[in-house]
Design a protein around this ligand. Structure first.
Ligand SMILES: Nc1ncnc2c1ncn2[C@@H]1O[C@H](COP(=O)(O)OP(=O)(O)O)[C@@H](O)[C@H]1O
Ligand code: SF4
Ligand SMILES: [Mg+2]
Length: 384
């Protein structure tokens, strides 16, 4: 386990912190033999620290397998953390017993990636969306059916479809059913695990708009998980980038998209289309070399060093802590980009890119040297 990420991250809003996560870690044991002796561990999440302010949307982004779902499942307490703490409204819920979990199940809800697999095909929509009331033993003023029909209407579905089955709906509609179910108990926090990645591109924007509208209407707080920075650009207040179980960069949305400082973020962003077509040709595509290493035996120190074009000896021996290189902008890199050497040195990083203090900050212009760049569309290594 690492302790280098122990510095709490700052929220964009001065508002009250709803969720505080410190050094959150999940190692899945690997067992072999008759005695089921532990011979190793999948280091799925290793020392995550961040907080989420009430009413904001924090996006967790990274390639497939970097630990996003595991993090979401720990936050909803579907998985027991190996180490670290989770505070919800200041209360330590990290190891709450099953009995204490009941009220928590109301407060923190999850929207799942797969709108096909997450709905029981044998249950009607009414039963699915009404299940949280029955599970929690909650009585409603006008009966559960009325409550469920109101929820269906809220998410843009026909309340008359109460008795229909999931297979009678399209993918986008099924995700709306999942969203209605997550809203049933008026949660404080919603963890949305790749809520649109299984949907057609044409439907994705509709579901994202719905989530945004619901946030405005109900004052919801979101942690949105995505493998692609383009999906969450519009809806995020802040973005946290994960690589192989570690948090490598976290910043306010506009700051991160216009001035990425971690080489990995730069590579991910180079695959995101620039809205302004005139600037499209300026951004070079960075193709990361090699595969993501195994979380069973992750590279020491900076886990990104096996794929990083800027790696030096110190990257292989000293784990970079999260340096705050601009207000609310934290970066775990010894040689961050888009920051002048003086600022980096003041924050404690050994060397920043030597950029003059008055240099313009472009839109993900990327580092001076990258391994394999082009302007064509292709694969950055995002495997989802
Ligand atoms: N129950 C489990 N047992 C062992 N390894 C797991 C388990 N769940 C996830 N993993 C591993 O943990 C790593 C992170 O997985 P996950 O959190 O699902 O990543 P993501 O959601 O970012 O794709 C992966 O290597 C995955 O194979
Ligand atoms: S610490 Fe070194 S290897 Fe890691 S991202 Fe920064 S430059 Fe690359
Ligand atoms: Mg996942």
């Amino acid at each position: 386990m690492t302790t280098t990420n122990a510095k709490p991250t700052a929220s964009k809003q001065a508002g009250e912190s709803l969720l505080q996560v410190t050094d959150l870690t999940k190692h899945f044991p690997i067992r072999r033999g008759l005695l089921q002796r532990q011979i190793g561990a999948v280091q799925a999440v290793d020392g995550l620290t961040f907080d989420v302010a009430r009413g904001e949307t924090l996006s967790l982004v990274g390639e497939s397998g970097c630990g996003k779902t595991t993090t979401g499942r720990m936050l909803t307490r579907l998985l027991e953390p190996t180490a670290g703490t989770i505070l919800l409204e200041g209360e330590d819920i990290t190891h709450w017993s099953a009995g204490k979990m009941r009220p928590l199940r109301r407060d923190v809800q999850m929207i799942f990636q797969d709108p096909y697999g997450s709905l029981n095909p044998r249950h009607t929509v009414g039963t699915i969306v009404g299940a949280p009331y029955h599970l929690q033993g909650i009585k409603t003023e006008h009966g559960v059916k009325r409550e469920v029909q109101d929820l269906l209407e809220l998410v843009g579905l026909n309340p008359e479809h109460y008795n229909r089955y999931p297979h009678e709906f399209s993918g986008g509609q099924r995700q709306r059913i999942g969203i209605a179910r997550s809203l049933a108990l008026k949660p404080k926090l919603i963890i949305a695990d790749e809520p649109v990645s299984a949907l057609d591109v044409s439907i994705q924007a509709q579901v994202i708009n719905l989530l945004e509208d619901l946030q405005d209407e109900l004052g919801l707080t979101y942690v949105v998980i995505a493998h692609d920075l383009s999906v969450v650009r519009h809806m995020s207040d802040r973005v946290a980038v994960m690589y192989l179980g570690n948090l490598v960069e976290i910043a306010d949305r506009d700051e991160l998209y216009t001035r990425p400082m971690h080489p990995y973020t730069t590579a991910l962003l180079s695959a995101v289309p620039i809205p302004d077509t005139q600037r499209r040709t300026k951004r070079e595509r960075i193709r990361l070399q090699g595969d993501v290493p195994s979380p069973v035996n992750p590279p020491p120190a900076c886990r990104f060093h096996t794929r990083c074009w800027k790696a030096q000896e110190v990257c292989r021996t000293v784990k970079p802590p999260l340096y705050e290189l601009a207000p609310h902008h934290l970066v775990a890199c010894h040689f961050p980009e888009n920051v002048d050497a003086r600022t980096a040195a003041q924050a404690g990083a050994p060397l920043g890119d030597v950029v003059p203090d008055d240099a313009p900050t472009g839109d993900a212009t990327g580092p001076a040297v990258a391994p394999d760049r082009d302007t064509a569309h292709g694969d950055t290594g995002s495997r989802d």
